[in-house]
Unconditional design. Structure first.
Length: 458
């Protein structure tokens, strides 16, 4: 009876909320309770599955998705915005010789960073409203005090590929703690030359497999990145790696649909990161989440064109990879090849677990919901069946509706030796399409269409 009441309340909340209140904390908590309830109700044996949502990790996970504290503490806002505050010093790259006139301003940026980073007391490093050409540059820490980089203008990459000694990075923030990078300006990777010479576009050598990530944050804890436009990256746009406690919001990330490997936001080995209110349309994943990442929350994401929101790939070259605690709540995904995807290679190990995809609107998406444990995209790789696999478990798909561009709205291509476990589909309406399911027994809740009808033939 109590459960029934709870469910009625939950459906009322959901039907009022479905379209409009994506980030309502009330709904978040309700729906996870519901996930847990459902598992009890359907006889899902939590003792048999040690990292069920009810376990310690699950509790922490629920804790983490509770309505979060304000993105900005007032102190942070003060240091970002106010020049009058006596405790905050402001310096500009212009003070160090940056002209923003089409000449190379790298040296000035380096000097300005050095000054800002060694300053005692909070400091704002300003990039004025001009376009500054810079070569690959490393903004490294640790810095003496809290630093804000406020970009009003545009930081643009040179299109001369010979200036990159390390072809994997353009702008890198390395080991800077409590850093704030705010707009409203633009970071422009000017990637056209790289795309033209990529192996995807130009199969005959010499071609570039690798191209720089436009902006990398490495080992940056307590990081805020806000209100920026990042466009036309050489390869990935923004990469968070080895970071903890990250708030990224109000980002606009764009590149042409045919630009190769230009992921929007890439998250690797990063814990406790929130991406919110962002618009991402590129030639690859809008958001990709790979090994070592935990507590990843994405809310209010507009995605497309591109490859959708992806966990993985995991387990490539027999890697032992782990991703857990991913909560995607509120996304509008349009014209992409995938919607919400989990992809793992055969032969790997580890797990992708405790994952919620909630309140997602799909618009003409080729594979709206997909788990592929047989992922293999390199022609030169061995794609034959292997016994070992990355375990996929405890994945809730809830309130997902819209249109599929293919006949397969749902594909669960799970591994025969390590089947998918704890997959729940709740309130799914994907039109005129079917579900192909292999080595998985999803639980259904509410109205779910399509449901698994026939298996894949392997
Ligand atoms: C997660 O990060 C946010 C800020 O980005 C911080 O306020 C919060 O305390 C962090 N949570 C944990 C459990 O570290
Ligand atoms: C599922 O995986 C197998 C590899 O075992 C592959 O042959 C098949 O094409 C995959 N199906 C889909 C729909 O991706």
């Amino acid at each position: 009876m109590a459960l029934q009441k709870h469910l009625v309340l939950f459906y009322v909340v959901v039907s009022f909320c479905a379209a409009s209140c994506y980030s309502s904390g009330f709904q978040e908590v309700n729906s996870l309770h519901s996930f847990v309830d459902h598992e009890k109700e359907s006889g899902y044996n939590s003792r048999a599955h040690p990292s069920n949502m009810n376990t310690i990790e699950g509790v922490k996970f629920m804790e983490f998705i509770k309505p979060r504290a304000q993105l900005f503490s007032s102190r942070k806002l003060e240091r970002a915005g106010s020049k009058s505050s006596s405790s905050v010093k402001t310096i500009s790259v212009a003070n160090f010789g940056a002209k923003g006139n089409g000449a190379d301003d790298t040296r000035a940026f380096e000097k300005a960073w050095k000054a800002a980073c060694s300053s005692n007391g909070a400091i704002v490093l300003v990039v004025p409203q001009k376009t500054y050409l810079v070569r690959p540059i490393e903004f490294s820490g640790p810095c003496k005090s809290h630093l804000t980089m406020q970009i009003y203008g545009t930081i643009e990459a040179s299109d001369d590929r010979s200036v990159y000694k390390d072809v994997t990075h353009w702008l890198i923030f390395d080991n800077v703690q409590s850093l704030l990078v705010v707009g409203p300006g633009t970071i422009n990777g000017n990637g056209n030359r790289w795309w033209e010479n990529s192996c995807k576009r130009k199969p005959q050598p010499p071609c570039n497999e690798q191209a720089p990530t436009a902006v990398t944050f490495n080992k940056c804890n307590n990081l805020v990145v806000k209100n920026l436009k990042i466009q036309d990256a050489q390869q990935m746009h923004v990469r968070f790696q080895n970071c903890k406690n990250v708030e990224a919001s109000h980002l606009t990330v764009t590149a042409p649909e045919d630009s190769p490997n230009t992921d929007g936001i890439h998250i690797t080995n990063t814990k406790n990161i929130t991406i919110s209110s962002s618009v991402i349309g590129t030639g690859d994943d809008c958001i990709s989440i790979v090994s070592g990442s935990q507590r990843v929350q994405a809310t209010d994401i507009t995605c497309g064109p591109g490859h959708g929101i992806s966990i993985g790939s995991l387990g490539e070259d027999n890697a032992n990879d782990h991703v857990s605690g991913v909560f995607v709540n509120g996304a509008k995904i349009s014209g992409t090849s995938n919607g919400v995807r989990i992809k793992t290679w055969q032969g790997g190990s580890g797990s992708a677990s405790n994952i919620v995809f909630q309140n997602v609107e799909m618009n003409d998406v080729t594979n709206p919901i997909i788990i592929d444990q047989n992922y293999c995209d390199h022609k030169n790789k061995d794609c034959t069946r292997q016994r070992s696999a990355v375990q996929v478990k405890n994945v809730l798909y809830q309130n997902i509706r819209g249109t599929s561009a293919s006949t397969d709205a749902i594909t669960f291509n799970c591994s025969q030796s390590v089947p998918c476990q704890g997959i729940v589909l709740q309130n799914i309406q994907l039109q005129n399409a079917r579900a192909k399911c292999n080595n998985v027994k999803p639980a259904y809740k509410g109205a779910v269409s399509p449901r698994c009808s026939w298996g894949l033939v392997n």
